[in-house]
Design a protein around this ligand. Structure first.
Ligand code: FES
Ligand code: FE
Length: 377
């Protein structure tokens, strides 16, 4: 096809970028293991010693709240001979329980020869080695993973020495969402979806509204603006208006919950959305937020952890019920995952080498720009 016949459309990424294992390995090396990666919420680890073991595209990481309140993260590997220090799966497989991992809320212990580390990663003790001449404990701290927080979210970077400037990456979303009390919000419900689609397809889908009229009839009934020109003219800066009388993402566009404190009059009736590359899709209404943390599992498989966040004052009320928002979103989400899976299987056709982004899908094209920006592994 000549370029003239494209009607101004741009080529999408090659199909191989979504399908093959080499491309996924490249995404890991250039993106998930090098860029800031959203890894959940601070509220998951409220007290010192609270921790999570995360698999970030194949790398096991210990994330732990330290004694002094800061969050630390380390590769889950002992500096001695490389044992994985937290591994409940191996223990369960052999029906044993080794004395290991975060113990006593104060240290991380390797089960093999008993090296122990402070929660901040310093080597505390290495049995029998203490008196070895020239043994410098300071040289054997855990391999660090960098940690930052933003709006109550925890972000990790597996290559701390080359990590990009976190503040610069988040400057625009911070400005656009300045009035929302993001750090105070609490997760009232989480739904995990395992979707048979490449992580990039899911982001591309999030970034365009061309599909909304056909895929999301319930959503477009609440937000008719999504039906107009694929949403290309929408002003995400100011927020997206709902239909007359509606102001949030629920079945009828209303709710008993109060709006977040501090919102402008516009923000009380409009919706905002952010895509924080590479793995946080974030949508906010006046009374709740939906946060989608993507966990890429393989070229064609992505776990989507969808959290519904509310203000703690609302959650504390005896009659708090998030289902008006959660059930509505769950339907919209499943509609999205169903089309993403159709694309993942469709693009495997031998005749399909790449697709096209229509001019009204300019934001989807952004994934191509983002990948270019990240550079080669
Ligand atoms: Fe951890 Fe030996 S491998 S103490
Ligand atoms: Fe959608």
């Amino acid at each position: 096809m000549s370029d003239k016949a494209n009607g101004g459309m741009e080529k999408s990424l090659d199909s191989a970028a979504y399908l093959n294992a080499d491309a996924f390995a490249r995404d890991k090396a250039a993106i998930f293991h090098r860029q800031w990666f959203c890894a959940g919420r601070e509220e998951d680890m409220p007290a010192p010693g609270d921790h999570k073991i995360l698999d970030i595209a194949g790398e096991s990481v210990i994330v732990v709240r330290g004694k002094e309140g800061a969050i630390h993260a380390h590769y889950n590997v002992c500096r001695h001979r490389g044992a994985r220090m937290c591994d409940a799966v191996s223990d369960a497989r052999w029906g044993v329980k080794l004395d290991a991992g975060v113990v006593g809320r104060t240290m991380i212990r390797c089960p093999y020869h008993g090296w122990s580390y402070a929660l901040d990663g310093r080597l505390l003790a290495a049995p029998q080695l203490q008196d070895s001449p020239g043994f410098d404990k300071a040289a054997f701290g855990l391999h660090p993973v960098a940690v930052q927080t933003w709006g109550g979210f925890v972000f990790l970077n597996l290559s701390p020495d080359t990590a990009p400037d976190f503040t610069a990456d988040l400057a625009e979303p911070s400005r656009r969402l300045a009035n929302y009390p993001l750090a105070d919000l609490v997760t009232a419900r989480t739904i995990n979806y395992e979707v048979n689609a490449n992580w990039k397809l899911i982001l591309e889908n999030y970034n365009e509204c061309y599909h909304c009229p056909g895929v999301h009839p319930e959503l477009t009934a609440i937000v008719p603006a999504f039906k107009v020109r694929g949403g290309i003219d929408l002003d995400w800066e100011a927020g997206i208006p709902h239909r007359e009388g509606a102001y949030t993402y629920t079945w009828d566009g209303t709710t008993r919950r109060a709006p977040f404190p501090g919102l402008s009059e516009d923000e009380k009736v409009r919706h905002k959305g952010e895509l924080i590359y590479p793995n946080l899709m974030f949508s906010v209404s006046c009374d709740h937020a939906a946060a989608f943390v993507l966990w890429p599992l393989a070229a064609g498989r992505t776990l989507i952890e969808c959290r519904f966040l509310f203000h703690p004052d609302e959650v504390a009320k005896g009659d708090f019920d998030p289902s008006d928002a959660v059930d509505f979103w769950d339907l919209v989400n499943r509609q999205d995952w169903a089309v993403c899976e159709r694309v993942q299987s469709g693009i495997a056709a031998r005749v399909h080498t790449h697709g096209f982004y229509a001019p009204i899908e300019d934001l989807s094209l952004d994934i191509r720009r983002y990948i270019e920006r990240c550079g080669e592994p």
